[in-house]
Design a protein around this ligand. Structure first.
Ligand code: ARG
Length: 460
């Protein structure tokens, strides 16, 4: 392919070292599509006759079919990369005519174009997988719409919330992820072809027509930038890294809440494993593995960012290091999302145990707020409620069971209407702001999430 100016063949170990066919064969469909568009552009530019261009396009389609039927034959090729593989397969089929396709074109722009095409499909898959997980989370919220759950901060009992509010909290993060994935796809949505090796093609190529054939929205603005830009890949990897972070937080909650200390969730058998030693065990391995694999996705982002740092302008071979982390992180994240979607959907929620765990300590804020409504400054009310809780702790009983007259020793403002405001239901109902856990608000939020999810599913 480039042997003309060399006296010696490459060192064998170096040749293997620099080859990329082993992993960039994954870009074969994109390479074929881009090459077909290039053949049409050479035709339009008067470099190929339309009969030649049609013969090339047909042969390229044939190469794609053959590769699909026999992937082992691609793997067995000693071509350097997917670009040279397709070109030599074309020459093997068409002889001299096949050798015309590379007119005015560079692998630097091909690889950048192929990767953008890959990312477009990958992003669509990721959004579909995010939508499936969101379906499970929103479904769980719907199913347990009014179940009460102890809300925690710092892992300490804080205030009562609805379980559905908790499920939707995780959903929000994945909705944002879907937006970030779409944004990365938008960044990839410009066609590079026509940029040449770095300076632009020397032939009158209709770049817009190529972009149209490949269903890109537009073309890149600067040839030098276009062949060296992998920002879209970094943006996608960052989006995946946050997906992995969110999955690992979801995993952590599910592991904790399914532990026997909590017992709020029951893990599905189908997503758990047993212990080789302890017969009683049912381990949350699906969630532990999801939590554990997040590091791989971060590693992919860091390795690409590191490859980009300090690179001179335009194409440099370092950029070949973009593909393996990108492919690996994509597949890893997709697998994690699918497993999470299945595991969430199959999880049993023990509403009875969550409610039983919602103790009176969750209502301490209500006592303070009660006094505030009677005119006590909040800081003072907070102090009084704190003293009551401490007193109850000393007496060894829940503070909500202290008789009214002993509460009145802390503040004369406590009166007969107090007990009614000290229920879980009353506490929930009072969080009646947009985004709050009041049942009516959460019902609205579920409907809202369902509508957004339907949109995401339609777009994905
Ligand atoms: N295999 C290369 C890559 O993945 C393709 C571009 C090679 N260009 C070059 N001038 N060596 O980046």
């Amino acid at each position: 392919m480039w042997g003309g100016r060399f006296d010696e063949p490459p060192d064998r170990e170096f040749y293997r070292f620099q080859r990329s066919l082993g992993f960039d064969a994954a870009l074969l469909p994109q390479e074929i599509a881009a090459s077909r568009a290039w053949a049409a552009a050479l035709d339009a530019a008067g470099i190929l006759t339309s009969a030649e261009s049609q013969a090339i396009r047909a042969a390229l389609a044939d190469i794609a079919r053959a590769a699909q039927d026999d992937p082992a034959a691609v793997a067995a090729s000693d071509a350097e990369d997917v670009h040279s593989f397709v070109e030599s397969a074309l020459i093997a089929r068409l002889g001299e005519l096949g050798a015309k396709l590379h007119t005015g074109r560079s692998r630097n722009e091909q690889v950048a174009t192929d990767l953008r095409l890959y990312l477009r499909d990958a992003a669509r898959e990721a959004r579909a997988a995010l939508a499936a997980l969101l379906r499970s989370l929103v479904g769980l919220a719907r199913c347990h719409e009014s179940a009460v759950m102890p809300g925690l901060t710092h892992m300490q009992p804080a205030q009562p919330i609805l379980f559905s509010h908790f499920a939707l909290a995780h959903a929000e993060a994945f909705f944002r992820d879907a937006g970030r994935v779409a944004d990365a796809a938008r960044q990839a949505d410009s066609c590079v072809l026509g940029s040449g090796a770095l300076a632009g093609s020397a032939f009158p190529i209709d770049r817009a027509a190529i972009a149209k054939e490949l269903a890109f929205t537009g073309i890149t603005a600067n040839s030098l930038d276009a062949v060296g830009d992998r920002d879209f890949a970094a943006a996608y990897l960052f989006a995946l890294a946050l997906v992995a972070a969110h999955l690992s937080r979801l995993a952590e909650d599910f592991i904790l809440f399914a532990s026997s200390a909590f017992g709020w969730l029951e893990l599905p058998d189908a997503y758990s494993t047993g212990s080789s030693l302890m017969p009683q065990k049912k381990n949350p391995d699906c969630w532990e593995l999801i939590r554990g694999k997040a590091g791989r996705v971060y590693a992919a982002l860091f390795s690409l960012l590191t490859a980009l740092k300090g690179l001179p302008s335009s194409y440099n071979r370092d950029l070949q290091e973009d593909k393996e982390p990108l492919f690996a992180a994509h597949h890893e994240t997709l697998a994690m999302l699918r497993i999470a979607a299945g595991a969430v959907a199959a999880t049993k929620v023990r509403e009875d145990r969550m409610r039983a765990a919602a103790g009176p300590e969750l209502l301490a804020t209500e006592a303070a707020d009660y006094l505030v409504r009677k005119g006590v400054p909040f800081r003072r009310a907070h102090e009084i409620a704190g003293q009551i809780v401490r007193e109850a702790e000393r007496a060894g009983k829940p503070w909500t069971q202290l008789p009214l007259d002993s509460l009145q020793r802390f503040s004369p403002l406590f009166s007969a209407d107090l007990p009614a405001s000290l229920t879980l239901e009353a506490a929930l109902a009072r969080r009646d702001v947009p985004g709050g856990t009041a049942p009516a608000r959460v019902r609205q939020a579920i409907a809202d999430a369902e509508a957004r999810l339907a949109q995401l599913e339609a777009a994905a």
